[in-house]
Ligand binder design. Sequence first.
Ligand code: SAH
Length: 844
Amino acid sequence: MPRKREASTPRRRSKRGRPEPAEEEEEGLGGVPAVEEEDGSASVILARCSGDEPPRRKVQRDAVANEDENVFIGEPVPEVEARQRWPHRYQQPKEQTNERSQRLNSQDELEDIILAKCHFTRLKVDDQIYCLEDDAYVKAAENEENYICKIVEMFEAVDGTRYFTAQWFYRAKDTVIKTHDNFIDRRRVFLSELKDDNPIDCLVQKLNLHCLTPNANSDFTSVQVECDFYYDMMYLLPYSTFISLPPDITAEAVSESDSTISCENDTAESKGRALEKILLDLYSGCGAMSTGLCLGADNYGVKLVTKWAVDFNKHACDSLRLNHPETQVRNEPADDFLCLLREWERLCVSCSLIKSNSLPHPCLNLANHNNGESYNSHEEDDEEPRSDTDDEIYDVELILDVCFGDLNETGKSGLYFKIRWKGYDAAADTWEPIEGLSDCQHKLKEFVENGFKAKILPLPGDIDVICGGPPCQGISGFNRFRKTENPLEDPKNKQLEVFMDIVKFLKPRFVLMENVVDIVKFSHGFLGRYALGRLVGMNYQARLGIMAAGAYGLPQFRMRVFMWGALPGEKLPQYPLPTHNVVLRGSVPTEFESNTVAYDEGHGTRVKKALFLGDAISDLPPVENDESRDEREYVDEPKSGFQEFIRLGRDGMPGCILYDHCPLQLNEDDYTRVCNIPKLKGANFRDLTGVLVRDNKVEWDPKVERVYLPSGKPLVPDYAMTFSGGTSSEPFARLWWDETVPTVVTRAQPHNRAILHPEQDRVLTVRENARLQGFPDYYKLCGPIKERYIQVGNAVAVPVARALGYSLAMAFKGQSGTQPLLRLPEGFPEAFVPANQTLSEASR
Ligand code: SAH
């Protein structure tokens, strides 16, 4: 059965894409399948329990009773053939020992191989006949559901014991998804690569298990009636991967429908239709994630364009608009966006623009309309016959826009249209609910038809990629009211559901979801498991990786979870291996530690050394605490490769204007405190007069009188002394040139975070934070200064998104490897020249 990995650090991982075998000491069983008990009966280890593995059980054999009835039948497989098919079973003991010690040396399989006398293709247990490749239930412990396997070998061991080799299937609940399997049909199971040998009397019953061709649109209903279980994917432990079956298996698969997704894509691709790939950025913030993805995809020759972005923060939307004129930025809550998409689809159905299972929109009924194009403000409460004087009738000249929400603050959300009134200018434009437009069916139809043509909104199938980081504030460590039992009951975590509902509606080819590590930490990884469960439930292939920003060329640790989804028939994107050598720090729960994207120990020889704060910001001109200019010029030349690269403009030429290089202005008291912090490595409030440190805990120095500022407030505030029980050195701490910053955050206050410039009396500027997040210097931000810090602090580090974009482009081209990780090209991204460009083109 599935095995526990080595108690691994993220840097020690099997490169074989298979789970590591268990260590004997840890499991106590060493992978030996049958254990003789003192009474002569044998017990069998059917499974090992660790993390997302099926439970480990010892099962009693009724061996003695049935031994003679449970037999192989027919002639053995001819010896020559058997040796050819299963050579490892026929090694000489000496060879075996040699090979075993070699394998041990290479940290490979630790398992003993049971040698065979001969192989068979049929066997009988409890009067039931099983053939090779049959699927079967295998006995589990009392009150446990039987295990499910494919019989891939049948042999008599040299000691006379009759074995079959099981290749195991996982139920969804036995995978990383665990109890979050309610979106997955009970009969859907997942093939694993894990095999082991068991005495034949563990077989319980033959099963009718169907192997299905992957098909995104299928809910597999037609096969459900015919079989006990069905499978269309493999589940592999590394990076919690759900992946379509390899072609050699699907060749024999049952097809659920004639056209699988992969065929459709091939056709679209071969017709040259899909040259540009369309991206929707949800919870887009200022757009760092999609910016990075598009840059990275471009590095592999795929033109990915962010056609839509959605965020309810106005300033973030302004930033995105400014930097991406090609994007339709929707400043609205994602929930409303989803409702809008559903309504839009129905409007398109009403106008016969698309075929869909959705019903036509009830408010756009082209069969029953009159030709008037007026708006009746009394539409809804219109029960009595009205006199002309009761009504205010305005004429609609044009419908300009559409949105969903509670625009009139009635407590009820609905579909609204922006109206230009006949005889009025833009200043008189208003948003009107669809119910009031029953007399404007022509205008409505015209708007929908034009909007459909202009693709003002995406319809199902229009989107190639959805990316986004749905906020899950309900799991933040700072939130005392967290819902531990069911984090989804907390409205603060609702966006994860909304994100998945949008994926479900639009069915993009690929999904990339980013989130904080807490989603695999809080409540035993509840939300992370839920998200995977949703993706798999929608028939997406999926995997989960944890990446550290610093490993992609930034002086910042910043660990984040990235979940890939890919429709069946697509290649499941890989995770790009680090380009820089940061030492990964804890904070990932043990169970997901091996999901951290890192090299196996000793294999990351080509990575560059980690960057420091100085590499990122030392070229920036000095600024004061009260600097308020949003734009200025560079003063110094770049002093590092990082600075040279980050200063390049959109056109690839060195930029000359420096944006957003101003700090959050500290108030007088804080400014004075900061001026008193020495300009030295490691300096912080502990260096202020009157503070003593004992056993790494601060206390007041009884010999020193407390110092007060001109305002009457103390120089050393109480909150600094009590923060983290007096053990923190973060309040008013200076960063230093040779340091890696833990994580850029959204708040720029120095009260409990090391955020002071090494040698200037101020916090880091918005631009300095943006540099630590890998934003190119040309990326200008909008909004009040605090809002700009928020946008930068919320962002996905651009180099991480860029590396993921490269990997995504490989998947688009069908070139992703079978392993979960990929190595980026040498020099990526600074010195890397895409295959389709010459060096001179690249440096232009
Ligand atoms: N991926 C972005 C950062 C996203 S941070 C980047 O790389 O730049 C999360 C964003 O979600 C914030 O900008 C916040 O304004 C937005 N947000 C939070 N709740 C939302 C909701 N219900 N609807 C739309 N946007 C929301």
